[in-house]
Structures are given as C-alpha cells and as structure tokens.
Design a protein around this ligand. Structure first.
Ligand code: UDP
Length: 383
C-alpha cells in the first residue's frame, strides 16, 4: 500500500466546491462516498444522469449521506456515443462557468469517461480512482473506457499492486501512479448494518443466515442474449429447489426477461426490487453463496468473506479469483459450481471469513484525498 502520510486535514484546506467528482451510476456513488465525506465542502458532486432514478441513484445519495449533485439532463437511456457526447458538452459548460481545481472520476463508466474528457479539454488535473483494472476483453465497453481514462489521468489511484503493474506495462509513468487500495473496503465497513439489524432483515425476508443464495444479473453479455439469460435463470431456478435464491432484479434485467418471455423461470425465486446498499450488504454478508456479474460485488464479497460465482467471460479483478470467487459461464457449469461451493458448508465459510481482502485496508479514500490536495497548486490551498 502507498505510504503517504495520512492527513485528510490538507484536503480540508481545499477551497469550497473546488473538486468536481463526476459520476453517473450506483457503484460510483458507493465508491466515492467516503472520499466525498473527507473532502467536505471542497467536494462538488456532478451526476451525469447515466442511471438516474430513485432505485439506482436517488436513494443511494440519501443513504450514503452524499450532498445533492448538480444533475445533467438528456444523457440517460441513450446509446453510448450519444451519452458520452451529451455528458461531455454538459460538463464542459459547467466547468466553463465554474472551473474546478481538479476533477475526480471513479471506475470505468461512460460518465467517468465523459468526466475525464471534460477535464482534459480544459486542462484541469484529472484524478482516476480505481485505475489500472484490465479485463483484456475488448468486447466490454468498460475496458475501453478504463484504458482511455488512464491515458488522460494525471493522478492514477491504483487499488492493488497488480493494477499498478498493468499501468506500468502500458507505459504510464510510475510517478503518476499511487497504490491506494480500493475505496470499496471502507464503503462496506461503513454501510454494513450491525448484526442485530441484519438478522431482523433476514427474518423479514424469511431467510436463515448461511441458508440462501443471493444473485444479481445485469451485464449486457447476460441480459441481451436470451439464451444466456434463460440459462442463468434455469440454473438459479434449479438451485431454488434446495435453498432460497434471492434475486434483487435490476430494471434492465427485468425488461429483458419480460421481452424474452422468460418470466416463468422466476417462479421459484425470491425476486426483489433493487435494494439499498446497506440491505444488499446485509443480504450478502449472510448468503451461503453469491452469484453475480457485477464488478463491485467481486470486491465486496472479499470484505464480507463470502464465496461468489462470477457469471462472466472475463474479469478485471483477478485478485478476487481463487479463494473467494471463480468465473462461470451461463449453463449447467453454473449449477455444478454452485453445488460444489455450497457443499463446503460452514467450514468453507469460516475459512473465507478468516482471509484478508486483497483490495486494501479501508484507508484508500484518505490516501486519495491527500493525493487530490497535492495535485492542486499550493497557493490554491487555504492557509
Ligand atoms: N447493489 C445494491 N443493491 C442491489 C444490487 C447491487 O446496492 O440490489 C450494489 C452492490 O453492492 C455494488 C453495486 O450495487 O456495490 C454494484 O452495482 P452494479 O452491479 O450495478 O455495477 P458494477 O459493480 O457491475 O459496475
């Protein structure tokens, strides 16, 4: 981990609203929450509207204690190029009217790429949180977003040594890269409800600790191909004969299931609306197994010490693979891997709970706040 002296106090010397944090989706809100708290009045939250609705953003702002963002209009629900273009011109207008001292983007979304391009266009220092992830899968738009953002960034906050090595291998100068850890570690620690509340929540859903599977599916490779979607739901449905399978259903997945006429496969599952972050973590903390195609969930399960099947072709988070997680394809292999992991029982869960997360020590946000303060000219800081 990077050995920066931790003095979030210097972040407090940044002028009010001088650090624009640009984001557009649920996982970005989760992962910048602690950083925004540390930046205090210096933070200026800008939401591109990529996924702006109550379920995927509004409630997360409130739950994570984030300030009301400036919200761009006309971005969400459009094709990728139009989203990026619309967000870029909206951000450029905002930055022209009030120039930030630094722009921060997190991860690999279209919103993050738009933020990076907008900072670059106006010569504003760009900080990339979660730099250096690579799936080497050119079919994923996120992979292109990551590579492009990392080329543009002035300060690259790599979560792990492997992420740093990816950047150096691409010729990014080492002086631009700091290994900070991943902010998800502190996000999980802060948002996980206490044990008593978690057990009450399980009770409300009629679930027993360590006695159910928690699943999420939303990536285009699984939702846009009806065969893949049907194969995943068929395996989850078969598992639900043995133990409850809880599926908080992403709106895009629900729409695809309905369009493909697959709603019948949901019959045996405990289908929920997308849940808030604390509730999701509580469900994940006590699941005997998770099945997901999410990026963030690959990290969160290592903090919670639970096993995960990643239903994807590739991953940009190899650190989670092995003890905690494994890649599976839609189809019978998913069901077989699930039964094998479930057969490890309480012993397997105890083993994982004792392992440290490869994603950091819970102080990534403090390191990043310090890096941001150092990226602005010293005369811009209050005495
Ligand atoms: N999540 C949540 N409620 C849900 C499903 C997921 O709060 O019903 C959280 C999850 O814990 C993770 C984030 O949403 O932090 C993941 O979002 P998503 O899967 O949309 O994006 P990805 O991580 O794949 O970029």
């Amino acid at each position: 981990m990077h050995s920066l002296p931790l003095s979030p106090a210097s972040a407090r010397r940044l002028p009010p609203r001088s650090v624009a944090v640009v984001l557009g989706t649920r996982p970005e809100l989760v992962k910048v929450a602690e950083l925004v708290r540390l930046l205090g009045p210096a933070a200026r939250l800008v939401h591109t509207g990529q996924h702006y609705d109550e379920q995927l953003s509004g409630r997360f702002l409130a739950e994570l204690g984030l300030p009301e963002p400036e919200l761009l209009t006309g971005v969400g629900g459009r094709p990728r190029a139009e989203q990026i273009a619309a967000a870029l011109s909206g951000l450029d207008a905002l930055f022209a009217a009030g120039r930030p001292l630094a722009v921060v983007v997190q991860g690999d979304t279209n919103a993050a790429l738009s933020g990076a391009l907008a900072a670059n266009a106006r010569g504003i220092p760009l900080v990339h949180v979660e730099a250096g992830l690579r799936s080497h899968d050119r079919a994923m738009p996120e992979e292109h977003n990551r590579v492009l953002i990392d080329r543009l960034a002035d300060v690259l906050c790599a979560a792990t040594l492997d992420n740093r090595a990816n950047l150096l291998a691409e010729g990014v100068p080492g002086a631009r890269v700091a290994v900070t850890g991943n902010t998800v570690v502190e996000a999980v620690r802060r948002a996980l409800p206490p044990a008593g509340e978690r057990l009450e929540l399980l009770d409300r859903h009629g679930l027993a600790a360590d006695g159910y599977v928690l699943a999420t599916v939303h990536r285009p490779e699984n939702t846009d191909e009806p065969e893949a979607l049907a194969a995943i739901l068929t395996e989850l449905s078969a598992l639900s004969a043995d133990l409850p399978v809880v599926l908080p259903l992403h709106p895009r997945t629900r729409a695809r299931i309905e369009a493909a006429g697959l709603a019948g496969l949901l019959a045996g599952l405990t289908v929920l609306e997308p849940v808030g972050y604390g509730e999701f973590l509580a469900l994940a903390r006590h699941a005997a197994l998770l099945v997901s195609d999410s990026g963030g969930v690959q990290e969160e399960t290592t903090v919670l010490g639970r096993p995960l099947l990643v239903v994807r072709r590739s991953t940009e988070r190899p650190e989670a693979m092995g003890d905690f997680a494994e890649l599976v394809r839609p189809g019978p292999g998913l069901g077989a891997a699930a039964r094998r992991r479930l057969a490890e029982g309480p012993e397997g869960l105890r083993r994982l709970a004792a392992l440290p997360s490869p994603f950091g020590d819970g102080r990534a946000s403090a390191r990043i706040a310090e890096l941001i303060a150092r990226s602005v000219p010293p005369h811009a800081l209050a005495a």
